[in-house]
Design a protein around this ligand. Structure first.
Ligand code: DAH
Length: 338
């Protein structure tokens, strides 16, 4: 009898289950109602008195060992049973992350380029008043140049409007800060325009403003040349054409050499070799005075550009509406490019 217990002890010690099922079979076989243990306890009665102690100790050890085996393995095969075997050597499958919108990418790039020459970002409200969007910028009421930008007014209060350009932020910034001023204002703007491949009622601009003593047109040209080279490549040239904006005098429009045809002429640059990218000029003295800056002491330059326009030129996107449709097949193409 004792021999049998010793054999069973060995069997328990050697037992290594491969599944939950095998563990359960083992449990039933040893600890179940009709299992080995109950049979041994029943047989205990027939053991002669002098062997009872030894036999009793042996079957108690057997029971404890069998129970310990069951406790060790029970529940440890759960994932396998569900068919979800974990293979730690498998390569991770990366979550499908979204990508940044091309307009955000280009905005960040513009900010980064001007950051490097000391410009910091300032922001203003999209719902503006007449003063900040027009009057302070040398566009008094009834000024014909107001028609250059079709405005969305709030019907009940014509003094409140959706800003038509980020130039409104330069007014706010000058009202709150004295020179030296070097600020960049990116943001969303609104115009009452029919939506087409080249125009939208919502788009984005970046406004730049630099005011200090002795700021000259040469400083403006140099900053813009630096920007064009950083944005479109080292070989890029710029060209300034005289223009008119009420808030700058003199004013200019800036073109960059067409990097698609190397200025030889193609249908993107309409065979001119150049592409228009922004408007700029020396801040009009009236604007400085309107914003509380001494125009006898300080001068400055300003520029404004459309982010969609820069993105279209940089990436060869022909239809502006694509930026607003949020088709992930379009948006996905840009995340690795910057
Ligand atoms: N605000 C002008 C526009 O929306 C762009 C612009 C032109 C801004 C010349 C300027 C500037 O600061 O000097 O068309």
């Amino acid at each position: 009898m004792l021999e049998k217990v010793k054999e069973l002890l060995q069997e328990v010690a050697n037992f290594v289950p491969k599944s939950e099922k095998e563990t359960e079979e083992f449990r039933l076989n040893f600890l179940g109602k009709k299992g080995e243990m109950n049979a041994l306890f029943a047989a205990f009665k027939t053991v002669p008195n002098e062997s009872k102690k030894e036999f009793g100790q042996a079957i108690n050890t057997l029971k404890q060992n069998a129970q310990a085996k069951v406790d060790e393995y029970k529940g440890s095969f759960e994932t396998e049973e569900k068919g979800e075997e974990i293979d730690l050597s498998r390569p991770v499958s990366l979550d499908n992350l979204g990508s940044r919108h091309p307009i955000s990418l280009v905005r960040n790039q513009i900010v980064d380029i001007f950051n490097r020459i000391g410009f910091t970002v300032s922001e203003g409200p999209e719902i503006e008043d007449d003063w900040h969007n027009f009057s302070a910028l040398n566009l008094p009421e009834e000024h014909p140049a107001r028609d250059m930008q079709d405005t969305f007014f709030i019907q009940t209060n014509p003094d409140v409007l959706l800003r038509t350009h980020t130039s409104s932020v330069q007014v706010r910034y000058m009202e709150g800060n004295q020179p030296p001023i070097r600020t960049l204002s990116p943001g969303r703007v609104y115009r009452n325009e029919a939506i087409s491949a080249r125009a939208h009622c919502i788009f984005h601009q970046v406004e730049g403003l630099y005011i200090d003593e002795n700021v000259s047109f040469a400083d403006l040209k140099q900053a813009l040349l630096y920007f064009a080279k950083e944005m479109f490549g080292e070989k890029t040239k710029i060209r300034l054409r005289p223009s008119y904006f009420p808030f700058t005098e003199p004013s200019a429009e800036v073109d960059v050499s067409c990097n698609i045809c190397n200025s030889k002429g193609c249908n993107v640059c309409k065979y001119t070799g150049y592409l228009e990218i922004l408007g700029c000029g020396m801040v009009d003295l009236n604007v400085l005075e309107n914003c509380g800056i001494d125009s006898k002491k300080y001068t400055g330059y300003a520029f404004g550009m459309g982010i969609e326009r820069i993105a279209m030129l940089k990436y060869g996107v022909k239809d502006l509406r694509l930026f607003f449709e949020n088709d992930v097949r379009f948006l996905k193409q840009f995340d690795k490019s910057i």
